[in-house]
Write a protein that binds this ligand. Sequence first.
Ligand SMILES: C[S@@+](CC[C@H](N)C(=O)[O-])C[C@H]1O[C@@H](n2cnc3c(N)ncnc32)[C@H](O)[C@@H]1O
Length: 355
Amino acid sequence: MNIPYEMQEATEKLLEKRSISKIRDCVFSICERYNNESGQGKVLVKTPEEAVSYAISRMPGTFGAVKSAVCAFKEALEPFFDAHPEALPKTLADIGAGTGAAVWAVASEFELSHITCFERESSMTEIGKHMLSYGNEAMKNAAWVQGDAIGGNTEKADLVTASYIMNELKPSDRDAFLNNLFETSDGAVILLEPGTRAGFKNILYARDFFTKKGAIVVAPCTHSSACPLPADDWCHFACRMQRSKTQKFVKGGDAPYEDEKFAYLAVLIPGDGVMGSFFDTRGRGCGLIFDDMTAEATEEGYARIIRHPQINKGFVELKLCSGKGIETVKVTSRDKAEFKIARKAEWGERKKMTP
Ligand SMILES: C[S@@+](CC[C@H](N)C(=O)[O-])C[C@H]1O[C@@H](n2cnc3c(N)ncnc32)[C@H](O)[C@@H]1O
C-alpha cells in the first residue's frame, strides 16, 4: 500500500530547511522512549523536531493500519451502508490525533464534512495542521482541540478514532479514556494499538468495556460474544507499506517496504446519531445490522482469518475465529471452488463460513 500523494508531498515539505540527519537522530531517541516509557502517561514526543521525525517515520505505517481497520469496518457493514447510505460517517473525532495519520486514512474511505482532532501536545498539533493542510477541504478546516483524552470532552462525531494512544496511558486512566471515546461517539469507534501482546491486551480490555455498555463488535471479530482465544494467545494483523527514500534513510535499512503490525477493534455504539438509531430500545442492534452481525452463530455467518494461511500441496489450512470459537479448517483440492478461494485467502480477511 502507498500513502496518498498529497500526504507524501506534505511529508517531504517538512524536510525543507531541516537537517535530515538530525531528524534521523530524533527517530532513534523517540523509539527508545517508546520502548522504555510507554504506559506511564508521559509525554513521549516533545519538540517540533521530534514531531517531524514522528510524522516521517510513523505516519505511513499508521495510515496503512488505520485504513485496513476502516476497510474491515466498512466491509462488515456493507449491506447496512448500501441500504442506508445516509448512515455513512460524515463527522470524525480523532482522539490523540498526533500528526493526523488516522485522519488521512479515514478521509480516504469516507466523505467527511467535519473533522475534530483532539490532541494534548502543541508540537504534534503544529505538524498535524501542516500535514492536513495538504488534504481535502474537511481536512484543511479540521478543528484542532487541545486537551486531555482522559477527561476533555469534544463535540460528538459519527466516527471516533484513537490510534496508538491507549498504550501511552497509565492503566488507571484506561476506563476514563474509553468512556470518553464512548461518550464522544454518535455511531462507531475504531481503536488501534501496536500489534504486540500488550497492544492486544488493551484491545481486549476495550472490547469488554464497550460490549458491557451495549456496543456491537463489527471487526475484526465477527461476533460480540466473549473472545474465544486462550489467555496466552493474542491476535493481530499486518499491512505492507512502501517506503520512500526519506523513510529508508531516517529509519535505517534498505528494504523497499515495511510491515506494520497492529491490533484493532471497531464497534457500533448505541446513540442518537444515524448509526446509533439502528439499535432498538434495549440498546441491541436491529434490522440489517442485527441480522448480519448475529449471522456468525449460523452456518451462513463469517469468520476472520487470524493467521497466515498455511498453503500445502493439495490442501490449505486456515485458522478462523468466529462466534463458534477458534478452529483450524483444512480445505483440500477435492473441493475445487473452496480450494481456489482458500489459496488466495489472506491473513486478516473475513471469510464466509460454509455449511
Ligand atoms: C503515538 S502518538 C499517535 C498519534 C496518532 N494517533 C497516530 O496514530 O499517528 C500518541 C498521541 O497521543 C497523544 N496523547 C497521549 N496521551 C494523551 C492524552 N492523555 N490526551 C491527549 N492526547 C494524548 C500524544 O501527544 C500523541 O500525539
